[in-house]
Design a binder for this molecule. Structure first.
Ligand code: DX5
Ligand code: ZN
Length: 222
């Protein structure tokens, strides 16, 4: 069997919420590795998605790792609630988390994996002091807030530079990418150094169905 070069994390933001549990099961059966959960507050990003009750509910649908991408202001106030709802990893944004060190300590204290997301305009240097404490860096490959946006190719160099820093420091940190990932862009980000790919509309919006779409992306990165 061909070796797939990265993990795939379908974003349920693009799913049909009338059959959410079933859609997650379909993605899992097709080979998805994690479930990406986009929480938006209408403040940090110009859109509102869903929150804690939805995570609690879908926790019953799968044993796959839940990574919760918190696009919300003052995430510190809700870390415990998102952890207890069933998240396995919590991803906060560097742009609105002034005490990042404390926030990461808080997440680790909850026994969860800690990730930091960077918007396209945020430089890697903001992570310089905190990098060894992270499990994951999420490089936004679109401006956060909406699914279905076009991949920003200028983020490829940022992925390459982060990959080089992680290798040079000999750290075990995952590089995840989020936004506009499909069977065309997946090989580009994997070649640049991404190890986990988030995909929403390319999986849940494909007319061919979830199984077909998931396998199409996975087979683009073998
Ligand atoms: C964007 C979200 C993404 C989004 C990706 O703010 O963080 O996870 O769901 O959607 P697609 O894959 O459709 O670009
Ligand atoms: Zn996301």
């Amino acid at each position: 069997m061909a070796i797939v070069k990265a993990l795939l994390a379908p974003s349920i933001l693009a799913a049909d919420f009338t059959t959410l549990g079933d859609q997650i099961s379909q993605a899992e059966a097709a080979g998805a590795n994690r479930i990406h959960i986009d929480v938006m507050d209408g403040q940090f990003v110009p859109n509102i998605s869903f929150g804690i009750p939805v995570i609690q509910s879908i926790r019953k649908a799968t044993k796959l790792c839940f990574e919760t991408h918190l696009m919300i202001n003052t995430p510190d106030n809700l870390l415990d609630a998102f952890a207890h709802a069933g998240s396995d990893s919590l991803i906060v944004h560097a742009e609105n988390t002034p005490h990042l060190h404390r926030t990461i300590q808080h997440i680790k204290g909850l026994g969860k994996k800690a990730g930091v997301a960077l918007n396209p305009a945020t430089p890697l240097v903001v992570l310089e002091e905190i990098l060894p404490k992270l499990d994951l860096v999420l490089i936004m490959t679109v401006n956060p807030g909406f699914g279905g946006q076009k991949f920003l190719p200028e983020t490829l160099d940022k992925i390459r530079r982060l990959s080089a820093i992680i290798k040079q420091k000999n750290l075990a940190i995952e590089i995840e990418v989020d936004g506009g990932i499909d069977a065309q862009t997946a090989p580009l980000v994997v070649t640049a150094g991404a190890g986990v790919l988030v995909a929403g509309s390319a999986i849940f919006g494909d007319k061919g169905g979830i199984d077909f779409a998931t396998k199409k992306i996975l087979s683009s990165i073998v």
